[in-house]
Design a protein around this ligand. Structure first.
Ligand code: OOB
Length: 541
């Protein structure tokens, strides 16, 4: 395996091969097979493209040759930050072909996150769109480039400005290097994070393709399936659960929706006869309201998946009542484990649980604070190990010692309960994270940034309830200088290049923090404090 990655112990790896989970497939191999089987069928649709499997293959070949000519090769890291577009797949399959490793940045990431990905992985190239959603990624590339010596190529979809256009890659006559092997790391996913810096998740061809293949089966995908990709394409949910890659695996069609607004997305569903899509909880009521007012033709839609954050049973019920499609709850993580309610589960399971794992070899432990198993049905920490769950983050030895047990179980940080029917219910979270409508914020990461302000003596960030997003972030701050206002701190964070979703939604100043028995800041009391303030404000507006 790649340096600084933790391989599966040989005994487990042998088991996963023997059980047929790891079949020795690779992404380039799968794409070639699909081109042979489904060459003429429609693979990808976007605002500007309509590619058959053959056309996708031709673009992948062109880009692979171009990247190779630029000197991008096996194990080179490439930060890919594209909106939902057809070219996303041409780029990543071209990188897969060369054995180069995409790092899937989110469109919302800014200088702070992107620079960190480059510094942490020594990435050699950066693939961006010219502009998206009012933001110019070329100027971000300029800022990042200034501080990152490893960055050799900025490749732009659209108007390249000072850089090179993806349409204008050098041509290469001659041979490409050999394709990657099934056990090789294929790319890096990003961890939601609960530490000072975002962690990177190495996923192999074998392990990811197993999760994709099994997910496609659970979701009953076929060559007739049409998947609408609404949330960011590089996120594990939309990419693999079963997502766009599961759809391509099944020989179906992926529709890339560049904006998640219901007007745009619902029109795609009607136009392309979409059969399945995936949403985060905050999008659900917005979509349901839009369906009522716009009355789009949704007859093709069979499955609506919801996951990424807590989803209330009431809202789940609304989906089942207001859409003529099957709701599927998805509880997954970029580190691996994904749980689904099954399409033929009783309504009760679909409404009230987050489903069960993909694999018979996904091992689940639910434990108390001392790592001892809780009684069946009790709430505890979820630990897991299995054929597509990592055993370590990239280059993070110290953190890995805490995030994994000595026998290789990943500590998810989620508090769950196992129902008698074998389905998991997510009850809460022990990790120091805010889940802002599916976007994960590490409290510690943002606290570090705030502490860099000269007037911040101490700070603590906690989740506060929000009717629309489920949670928002609130920063409690002890300041040195009374004249410093919340707005000054927000401006400060923006200037440090932090992604907008990580900027605290609210800032409260305190003179001192409530402490726990052992003298640590009591985030529990801070959460109660902000909840009380919100409740008081709603009763005395
Ligand atoms: C997905 O992946 P990540 O890596 O962005 O976030 C994982 C975390 C989980 O540990 C859990 O805390 C939370 O997101 N989460 C849920 C949830 N699904 C994820 N919390 C409550 N209910 C759910 N249904 O978010 C992800 C990856 C693959 C598929 C789906 C989601």
């Amino acid at each position: 395996m790649l340096e600084h990655c933790t391989p599966w112990p040989e005994a487990l790896a042998a088991r996963y091969r023997a059980q047929g989970y790891w079949r020795g497939e690779t992404f380039p191999g799968v794409l070639n097979e699909r081109i042979e089987q489904h060459g003429e069928r429609l693979a990808i649709v976007s605002d500007t493209r309509r590619w058959s499997y053959q056309a996708l293959g031709a673009e992948v070949e062109r880009m692979a040759a171009g990247f190779h000519a630029l000197g991008i090769g096996a194990k080179d890291r490439v930060v890919v930050q594209l909106p939902n577009c057809a070219e996303f797949f041409a780029v990543i399959f071209a990188l897969f072909r060369l054995g180069a490793l995409p790092v899937f940045a989110l469109p919302a990431h800014r200088r702070f996150e992107i620079s960190h990905f480059f510094q942490h992985t020594q990435a050699v190239a950066y693939v961006i769109a010219d502009r998206h959603a009012g933001f110019d990624y070329r100027s971000l590339a300029g800022e990042v480039k200034a501080g990152v010596p490893s960055l050799r190529h900025v490749l732009v979809l659209g108007e390249p400005g000072a850089y090179r256009s993806l349409d204008d890659l050098p041509r290469l006559a001659g041979e490409l290097p050999p394709p990657p092997r099934p056990g090789d790391v294929a790319f890096f996913q990003l961890s939601g994070g609960s530490t000072g810096t975002p962690k990177l998740i190495p996923r192999t061809h074998d392990d990811y393709l197993y999760s994709i293949r099994a997910s496609a089966q659970i979701c009953q995908l076929s060559a007739e399936s049409v998947y609408l990709s609404v949330i960011p394409a590089g996120h594990n949910f939309t990419l693999s659960s079963p997502g766009s890659l599961g759809t391509l695996y099944a020989g179906g069609t992926v529709v890339m929706c560049a904006h998640p607004s219901p007007e745009v997305a619902l029109a795609w569903i009607a136009r392309e006869r979409v059969t399945i899509t995936a949403l985060v909880p905050p999008l659900v009521p917005v979509w349901l309201d839009a369906v009522k007012s716009l009355k789009p033709d949704l007859r093709s839609l069979k499955v609506v998946q919801v996951g990424g954050a807590r989803f209330s049973s009431d809202m789940a019920r609304r989906v089942t009542q207001e859409l003529d499609a099957t709701l599927q709850q998805v509880f997954g993580m970029a580190e691996g484990l994904v749980n689904y309610t099954r399409l033929d589960d009783p309504l009760d399971v679909i409404l009230h649980s987050q489903g069960r794992p993909i694999s018979p070899d996904d091992e689940i432990r639910i434990v108390d604070d001392d790592d001892q198993p809780v009684a069946l049905g009790e709430i505890g920490h979820l630990l897991t190990r299995g054929p597509y769950t990592i055993h370590g983050y990239y280059q993070a030895e110290e953190h890995n010692a805490r995030a994994f047990t000595s026998d290789g179980f990943y500590r998810t940080g989620d508090l769950v309960r196992l129902g008698l029917d074998g389905n998991l219910v997510v009850e809460g979270r022990a990790k120091d994270q805010i889940n802002r409508g599916g976007e994960k914020i590490s409290a510690e990461e943002v606290e570090h940034q705030l502490l860099a302000h000269a007037s911040v003596v101490d700070c603590a960030i906690v989740a506060m309830p929000d009717a629309y997003l489920g949670e928002k972030s609130c920063a409690f701050v002890i300041r040195q200088d009374e004249s410093v206002r919340g707005i000054d701190l927000i401006r400060f964070l923006r200037e440090r290049g932090l992604a907008t979703y990580k900027i605290p939604d609210r800032i409260e100043f305190l003179a001192r923090f409530p402490k726990t028995g052992v003298g640590k800041i009591s985030k529990k009391h801070l959460r109660q404090d902000i909840e009380a303030r919100l409740a008081a404000a709603s009763t005395n507006p």
